[in-house]
Design a binder for this molecule. Structure first.
Ligand code: ADP
Length: 626
């Protein structure tokens, strides 16, 4: 018999084990789901080796057996899969921490996500055995004919022992759990384990036996005719695939014969599972060829922006021994993908008829979906599925489509307007949108940087250009003129004074602004900063600056509202004394206030100092006037 060696667990695994061993988590039965799923993966890997001719198949049936011994208090899960060599055991169990192991430990400690969901999502299933067992023994023999059988054993506290066995075990892996004393009667029980396998592992595509009974019965739901499938079966399969107990938001089941044969069963989950971007790795569909799993999480069947869809694709048309490396360039896969994308679009279009449901979809998956602006082939359908919050909505939850916007354009309006801002509140107070509010012209509100790229890529909807509100010219659109408190028109000489006042302001601000001019967009504010004509929108400018780590203040056009009482007062003051220091103070104050609104003012000291001295003056006058 080989020498027994002792090895320390990696620190992250130790922490994880500590949580699992002491877990009060009640749904402990999921350990069996995880072990059966590992066994099934091992069988898939073995079958793949034989089908691609790398290993010669033998007579041993591909199956999973669960047995119990109530006297000894043990549960055993045996598979005839690929097995592991000594090196593989060391690499796979105990040494290499999954990239998410530290994260799962933290999340489990926070207690926000159930342990079950975390174990499933992060792929650390083997260790869940320690929720129910004091000791776990793994004996395994690799499909590699040269390899010797190995025994791994550990009580899950610090280290594990490893030794090579001399006897000739059959190919595959046996995991034996010595159950914790208080759990032995519950789990060393065939009837109970049968129920557990039925509940969690019914769709495993290899036979699963508990004792002598074959338990799993429905391996390929996606191949069944739609009308024969009950909603509960879809739900059950969805839960099997995703470990999500909620109902899927949408089920897409298609059977296609031309131009390429395939069956697909996809689900849109009710929640986006992309916590901290981790699920990037979890994306992709399971690819089957004639009911045999060829690739888990294939990423070529659906583009990234449709990756919210989870499920399986099964085709008759690929050879079983196709190599995974060549799948990406496979013409058939591309044909299936191009058809599948259309099916997903059709499903989304149907879903969009149900506004409430589509709003849920949009809230959870809209951000990912919007990355589809790069898919030019499906642009026309993509555009119809976009939703926006807008100035016409009652609150930040409201959504409009471009079609709805286009159907209620104002008389004379030939463009669709949008503005980017941090929140609905900020946008509904933004001076840039005053003219839109006055003329009652709807503006689409964008809250995420990606929206601006979307708008840039789409450019137009039907006959209408998409135009950033800050670049818009609303002079052709009626309305807003019947302003009762609009001041009198400026007299000719006042106009001339205004012109020199603008020149004076430019002189004060120097190179901080490119130009000082009269505005067309303000009604309630005295001044704002605008981008020079033809430049990109200020929000895009901000995105670019953050990419280039440029922290300088951009040079903009300062626009002055000639009808604002402050401007009128300044005209009078300036007329009396061109060098009145108040004019200079006001110019700087207006500029910095505008910078502050645009989010560019880093140092507020000068601004606050100026406000205080103006307040001091004003209060003096006010006191005198009283
Ligand atoms: P995951 O299965 O998500 O990778 P686990 O912690 O459950 O994570 O398993 C770790 C690794 O151990 C697996 O990736 C696999 O390589 C190996 N393994 C586990 N169980 C078996 C088994 N029954 N047969 C062969 N290899 C196995």
């Amino acid at each position: 018999m080989g020498r027994k060696t002792t090895h320390k667990f990696k620190a992250e695994i130790n922490q994880l084990l500590d949580i699992l061993v002491h877990s009060l988590y009640t749904n402990k039965e999921i350990f069996l789901r995880e072990l059966v799923s590992n066994a099934s993966d091992a069988l898939d890997k073995y079958r793949f080796l034989t089908q691609s001719g790398q290993v010669e198949a033998d007579e041993t049936p591909l199956e999973i057996r669960v047995t119990t011994d109530s006297d000894a208090g043990t549960v055993t899960v045996t598979d005839t899969g690929i097995g592991m060599t000594r090196d593989e055991v060391m690499k796979n169990i105990g040494t290499i921490a999954h990239s998410g192991t530290a994260e799962i430990t933290r999340l489990a400690q926070e207690g926000k996500e159930s342990l079950d969901a975390l174990i499933g999502r992060f792929g650390v299933g083997f260790y869940s055995a320690y929720m129910v067992a004091d000791e776990v023994t793994v004996t395994t023999r690799s499909a590699d004919p040269e390899a010797k059988p190995v025994e791994w054993t550990s009580d899950g506290r610090n280290d594990y022992k490893l030794r090579e066995l001399d006897e000739d075990l059959p190919r595959g892996t046996t995991v034996t759990l010595k159950l914790k004393e208080d759990l032995a009667s519950q789990f060393a029980n065939d009837a109970h384990l049968e129920a557990v396998v039925k509940k969690h592992s019914n769709f495993i595509s290899h036979p699963v036996f508990v004792g002598d009974t074959r338990v799993n019965t429905v391996p390929a739901l996606w191949r069944e005719p739609k009308f024969q499938i009950k909603p509960e079966q879809y739900k059950e399969f969805y839960t099997f695939l995703t470990h999500d107990d909620a109902d899927p938001l949408e089920t897409i089941h298609v059977s296609v014969d031309a131009p390429v044969q395939y069956n697909a069963l996809l689900f849109i989950p009710p929640k986006d599972d992309d916590m901290f971007g981790f699920s990037q790795d979890n994306r992709g569909l399971d690819l089957y060829v004639r009911r045999v799993l060829i690739q888990h999480q294939n990423k070529d069947l659906l583009p990234e922006y449709l990756a919210f869809a989870k499920g399986v694709v099964d085709t008759e048309d690929l050879p079983l021994n196709i190599s995974r490396e060549t799948l990406q360039d496979n013409v058939l896969i591309r044909k299936i993908s191009s058809n599948l994308v259309k099916q997903v679009y059709t499903a989304l279009e149907k879903m969009a008829d149900d506004k409430e449901k589509y709003a849920k979809f949009w809230k959870e998956h809209g951000k990912l979906f919007r990355a589809g602006y790069m898919d030019f082939i499906h642009k026309d359908r993509f555009v119809e599925l976009l939703r926006f919050n807008s100035s016409d909505c009652e609150d930040a939850e409201g959504l409009v489509s471009l079609a709805e916007y286009a159907a209620r354009l104002k008389e004379g309006q030939k463009e669709i307007y949008y503005a980017y801002g941090p929140s609905r509140e900020a946008l509904s107070l933004s001076p840039h949108l005053e003219i839109f509010r006055k003329k009652n012209v709807e503006v689409l509100y964008l809250y995420e940087p990606i929206d601006e790229f979307v708008m840039d890529a789409i450019r137009e909807y039907g006959d209408y250009k998409l135009v950033a509100a800050e670049h818009a010219d609303l002079s052709n659109i009626e309305g807003g003129e019947e302003n009762t408190d609009k001041p009198e028109e400026l007299a000719e000489e006042q106009k001339a004074t205004l012109d020199s006042l603008l020149e004076r302001i430019k002189e004060v601000l120097g190179d901080a602004v490119t130009e000082v001019r009269v505005t067309t967009r303000l009604s309630d504010s005295p001044a704002c900063l605008a981008n020079p004509d033809g430049a990109m929108t200020s929000s895009m400018d901000k995105v670019m600056r953050s990419i280039h780590k440029d922290t300088s203040i951009p040079t903009k056009v300062m626009e002055i509202n000639p009808d604002h009482p402050l401007t009128r007062n300044l005209i009078d003051i300036f007329e009396t004394d061109q060098n009145d220091p108040f004019v200079e103070q006001a110019a700087r104050q207006l500029y910095e206030s505008a910078l502050l609104l645009e989010g560019y003012l880093d140092d507020p000291h000068a601004l606050v100092g100026r406000i205080q001295s103006l307040l001091t003056q004003a209060s003096g006058w006010y006191k005198g006037a009283k």
